[in-house]
Design a protein around this ligand. Structure first.
Ligand code: PEP
Ligand code: MG
Length: 580
């Protein structure tokens, strides 16, 4: 029995057989084959090399058409690397002489080549390591093609164990049969964690080398509440966790009962609870959990789910589906927030040293206007069908907001010219998720209809802590007084300007923060559907007066530990009183 402690990413308990996914770095386990299997493995290798070559050639042609020959050169370089006869010869030798599987042999050879490139002093050649990694992933995808497809059709419930789960992979999973996730890396607000919460399945991240301890097939326990994973548990441990799992299920059912009750404090102030969704069909689940609308539709997941950028009609269909499922309730569609840990293959290689500070999100859109305009057309068309609002993410300057609005205006004119129905007076809002936007909230408030505080990024940028890096996760806390001051600043600025303000970071769904956020003046919170019942229970047990007292007290602290301890005690007290 092995017990490991990681970071809790989504609550609940699951027990089941492990399915180990190939890691994003494709650290393929050493697998040997019999001599008789070698020719078949060489054929697998050849087919994968050919398929990759074809893919790259298509990409090169598309890049040349869209971006010019110079950009297409990068793919020419990739083609040359794949066509290199010494590469095939070296990998074939490993298969035939060492009896390695095609995947393992390929990884071995590519790692060797990467080491050589890394060792050279020439910075240009050093950079080429990225191209080798890219090729390694591409070819492996073809070698492991069948294994990858399998995750979309599982025959039994499994616990997914992986180095990391890319959002695009998570979206391909056969959701019916996934019991839980456990990953080596990641933080509480990494997108994998967000997906797990969206799916309502337990998850633990930041388990270091869990994939080295679990080979697949053995029983694992995922305790999402405490961030614990147990591999090969003994019978007594299984029994203990089975009891916990059943209790968690009972509590979830109990909370369902609160769904149709209004979200108002005891002194009758309404707190609008909205839902964050990643995919259009989650809207139904959101409404079923008691959401009064969609506060954040993360449209980039539609992009991540496909190899290529979705067409205008594909996007329109998805947005329209969300609007229809919302049955008249509001849907805030956030423009596509790609970059950082949400990457599409078709975005091309990433050159940013610090992707979170690089060309991500709205910045990327403003530099890829064709794609952005297509996206906005789809949103505006869907807006003709219901209460849709559009929101721009990652705003740092007023100029960016104005550029985004000007682009939206251009798109409206195009639609008008084309005689396509759309909504002209669509409310425009921004995410406040950089300290710059928070500090200038009063200026932004003059130019938008609403603001939504994205504490996942706001915390990362205020504290200079990568939200998905487990090594600095101990520093990542949205209740750090510096972050709280920025939140207060935004809420005050918005309230003064009479602009609606929402908070849609993960902190909105965390019961610990509910009274504090209401006390700071928030009257709208947007969260994963599964968090709504518990947050509503707190709203219904408290009063504005009590929340304001909590906020006043918290804002006097200058250490996050004090904040945490106080909020913890305060919530316990509220729950005790409410039960009494
Ligand atoms: C945020 O940053 O708080 C947010 C809601 O956006 P995302 O988590 O998608 O970056
Ligand atoms: Mg964000």
């Amino acid at each position: 029995m092995i017990t490991k402690k990681g970071i809790s990413a989504s609550p609940g308990v699951a027990i089941g057989p492990a399915l180990v996914l190939d890691t994003e770095e494709y650290r393929i386990p050493r697998r040997t084959i019999t001599a008789a299997e070698a020719p078949a493995q060489v054929r697998v290798l050849d087919a994968a090399l050919e398929a990759s070559r074809q893919e790259i050639s298509d990409l090169r042609e598309a890049a040349a058409r869209k971006l010019g020959e110079q950009t297409a050169d990068i793919f020419r370089f990739h083609e040359a690397l794949i066509a290199d006869k010494t590469l095939r010869a070296a990998v074939t030798a490993l298969i035939e002489q060492q009896h390695y599987s095609a995947a393992y042999a390929f990884v071995q050879e590519m790692s060797k080549r990467q080491r050589v490139f890394r060792a050279v002093p020439d910075p240009y050649l050093k950079e080429r390591v990225r191209d080798l990694v890219d090729i390694e992933k591409r070819v492996l995808r073809h070698i492991l093609g069948r294994a990858r497809e399998d995750i979309t059709k599982l025959s039994e419930p499994v616990v997914i164990v992986a180095h990391d789960i890319m959002p695009s992979t998570a979206l391909q999973l056969d959701r019916e049969h996934i019991l839980a996730f456990a990953t080596n890396v990641g933080g509480q607000t990494s997108h994998t964690a967000i997906i797990a919460r969206g799916l309502g399945i337990p998850a633990v991240v930041a388990l270091n080398d869990l994939t080295a301890d679990v080979s697949g097939g053995e029983t694992v326990i995922i305790d999402g509440m405490h961030g614990i994973v147990v591999a090969n548990p003994d019978a007594e441990t299984v029994a203990r966790y089975e009891a916990q799992r059943d209790q968690h299920k009972r509590q979830t059912l109990e909370l369902r009962g609160i769904r149709d009750l209004p979200s108002v404090t005891r002194d009758k102030t309404a707190i609008r609870l909205l839902s964050n969704i990643e995919l259009a069909d989650e809207t139904r689940n959101a409404l079923d959990s008691g959401a009064e609308g969609v506060g954040l539709y993360r449209t980039e997941f539609l992009f991540l789910a496909s190899e290529r950028v979705p067409t205008e009609d594909q996007q329109y269909e998805a947005f329209r589906a969300a609007v229809r499922h919302a049955r008249g309730k509001s849907v805030v569609i956030r423009t596509v927030d790609l970059g950082a840990d949400k990457l599409m293959a078709s975005m091309g290689p990433q050159h940013d040293q610090n992707p979170d500070l690089g060309l991500r999100s709205l910045r990327f859109c403003l530099q890829h206007l064709d794609m952005f305009k297509t996206h906005l057309r789809a949103i505006l068309r869907a807006a003709a069908e219901g209460d849709v609002r559009v929101m721009f993410p990652m705003i740092t300057t007023l100029l960016e907001l104005r550029q985004a609005k000007a682009t939206l205006n251009d798109v409206m004119e195009d639609l008008e010219e084309d005689g396509v129905p759309f909504r002209r007076d669509i409310p425009i809002g921004i995410m406040v998720e950089t300290p710059a936007a928070a500090l200038l909230a009063s200026s932004f408030a003059k130019e938008v209809a609403f603001m939504s505080i994205g504490t996942n990024d706001l915390t990362q940028y205020t504290l200079a802590v990568d939200r998905a890096n487990e090594r600095v996760a101990y520093l990542y806390s949205p209740h750090n007084p510096a972050v709280l001051k920025l939140i207060r600043e935004v809420v005050q600025a918005a309230n003064k300007a009479q602009v609606a303000v929402n908070l849609c970071g993960e902190m909105a769904g965390e019961p610990l923060y509910c009274e504090l956020l209401v006390g700071l003046g928030l009257r709208q919170l947007s969260m994963a559907p599964k968090d709504i019942p518990e947050v509503k229970r707190i709203v219904r047990s408290t009063t504005i007066k009590r929340c304001e007292a909590v906020a006043r007290k918290v804002m006097r602290f200058d250490g996050e530990r004090q904040v945490h301890n106080f909020l913890h005690k305060s919530l316990e007290e509220l729950r005790r009183e409410h039960r009494a």
